[in-house]
Write a protein that binds this ligand. Sequence first.
Ligand SMILES: [Fe+2]
Length: 208
Amino acid sequence: MSQDIKLFPINYRLTPPRIEIHRRKFYPPSDLDLEDQPKFKYLEYQKAYDLSTPYVRQILRCVPNQRTYEHRLVDVKIQNLKAGQLPCLPDWHLDCTLDPLHETVPETHHLFIWGADCQTQFVMSDLELSFWNLDFKEAYNQAVLKQNPKIWLMPELKLIKYHRHNLHAPSPAGKTGTRILVRVTETNLVPPKPYREKKLWWIFGEKS
Ligand SMILES: [Fe+2]
């Protein structure tokens, strides 16, 4: 029998850390704010700040630099969504690593969303998980389906702070429109990615 096959699951209780909501309420972006804003994936904070529009900079400035992590990385995602469309893969997940027992210091994330009536949903009560062969996504999806935990839809135009162990998933767009997501990831696990200019997005296409 292969040593890779696990006869027993790893059982783990996922307790969601408290999610904080920044007191500031942002105004909705104009078309111009969105048109001029480049997209980023795990770009180093200062580079992202320098390349961003005043609209995104005001969000980034609300994330204090605690200097407790090796990297502060910025994602900016702008999408035109149709009603019912998902902004990313539908699965329940943790960011940066799906493994809740990963040995690195757990990340802190700061997230802002607006548009298309498309809010990220978070699990707010304990989940009992069983990982067979470390198939994390399957375990998360099954646990949410069967245990029917408390779910919270994050508000638009607010900045929230969440952590590695806050399980979350996209919700489908409630209406057709443009959506912007801005996220700062404080991490020791994920390295910065280089900036790819707009013309390269056309050639290579956009991933998640
Ligand atoms: Fe996520």
